[in-house]
Design a protein around this ligand. Structure first.
Ligand code: PLP
Length: 376
């Protein structure tokens, strides 16, 4: 993905379109600073006691309390939370933690990752010496979630296996289980004693699994939902049976952090604490998220409508059924290569289209190019 962006940046043709970005772009295709975060920055910089002192090893404690409440709700009484370097850092520390725990047992630990998944998942877990496998979840024919296959491969996993789940807006397919299917999965996890590793890059709810008393970890990111990609704010949460157990887990997580980065970055944690603790700013943040989400769904609808008007062969309705920043279009590697090499439209060979790269200005050009790629 980074190589594709490098090619895009080097392309001097003014017609070029980037349909690969993992960061939200406004209706003019520009990066967006969320107004709620902008206001939080003004408040922070105006605070007389504002400074750049180190945080503690665990991170910003008030940020962690509010972040845990946001993702776990208020019913969880004991949780070990650690501030991390983005969602990737949370996945990494979670992986190191699991590896450490399992190194004390003689059991092999297997980590199951959806096929397909965020391209970094296998690498992050393998990097710490864990074995990864895949579980099915996507039907390439219907371009929808294949829940039967998903349940079948997850049920076959050994007891105690770790299953990485996308809390919402599955990357790259945009296909999430329905609330009823999440209920079924929670029961299955409990029955088979599987560990759920929620990658919550887009802030999904994991309440069903908490209610079902499933052992879980949550890797929470504030990159996408707060537009703070480069500030690298995330958190790892591990709900525990008792406060004593939570304290013990925190000690382990802190020992890992101390060796890797010593202490996590401060600025974004300060900002997010202001947003989450101020009811007006929290409300504004929710509206900012709605603004992003509405624009993405408008672009999905317009893409499908325009392809329909052009009579482009194929059924494109899956694009409006999928959710989140990406659409798994079903375009083939040859078609995406044509789009990139001949039309200056950049997207990966998997056909994953970043909906945020679409604007009213480039929609006509993009859809005509897709139409041509599909017909030829
Ligand atoms: N997990 C998933 C599923 C993602 O889509 C992404 C980013 O695209 C990440 C993790 C990484 O998040 P962060 O930028 O906070 O490290």
């Amino acid at each position: 993905m980074f190589a594709l962006v490098t090619r895009f940046n080097a392309d001097s043709d003014p017609i070029k379109v980037n349909l690969a970005p993992g960061t939200y772009k406004d209706p003019e295709g520009k990066p967006w600073v969320l107004p709620a975060l902008q206001k939080a920055a003004e408040i922070l910089l105006d605070t007389p006691t504002y400074n750049h002192e180190y945080l503690g090893i665990q991170g910003h404690l008030e940020f962690l309390r509010l972040a845990a409440q946001l993702t776990l709700g208020s019913s969880v009484s004991a949780v070990a939370s650690l501030q991390t370097v983005g969602g990737t850092g949370a996945c990494h520390i979670g992986a190191v933690f699991l590896k450490k725990l399992y190194d004390h047992t003689n059991k092999p630990l297997q980590v199951f990752i959806s096929d397909p998944s965020w391209e970094n998942h296998h690498a992050v877990f393998q990097h710490v010496g864990l074995q990864t496998r895949t579980y099915s979840m996507y039907d390439t024919q219907t371009k929808e979630l294949d829940f039967v296959a998903m349940k079948a491969t997850i049920s076959a996993a050994l007891e105690g296996s770790v299953i990485v789940l996308h809390a919402c807006a599955h990357n790259p397919t945009g296909c999430d289980p329905s609330p009823e299917q999440w209920d079924e999965l929670a029961l299955l996890f409990k029955e088979r004693e599987l560990i759920a590793f929620f990658d919550s890059a887009y802030q999904g709810s994991i309440e069903t699994f908490l209610r079902g008393d499933v052992q879980l970890l949550v890797a929470q990111s504030f990159s996408k939902n707060a537009g703070m990609y480069g500030e690298r704010l995330g958190a790892l949460h591990v709900p525990c049976p008792t406060s004593r157990a939570a304290d013990h887990v925190v000690d382990i997580l802190k020992a890992i952090t101390r060796r890797e980065i010593s202490t996590p970055p401060r600025f974004a944690a300060d900002l997010m604490t202001i947003v989450m603790s101020n009811p007006e700013l929290f409300q504004e943040w929710t509206e900012d998220i709605r603004t992003m989400s509405n624009r993405l769904s408008d672009m999905r609808k317009e893409l499908v409508e325009t392809l329909r008007r052009l009579g482009t062969p194929g059924d494109w309705t899956h694009i409006t059924k999928q959710r989140g920043m990406f659409s798994f279009t079903g375009l083939t590697a040859a078609q995406t290569r044509y789009l990139t090499d001949r039309c200056h439209i950049y997207l990966p060979p998997s056909g994953r289209l970043s909906v945020t790269g679409l604007t009213r200005l480039n929609m006509g050009y993009v859809t005509k190019s897709i139409d041509f790629a599909v017909r030829n």
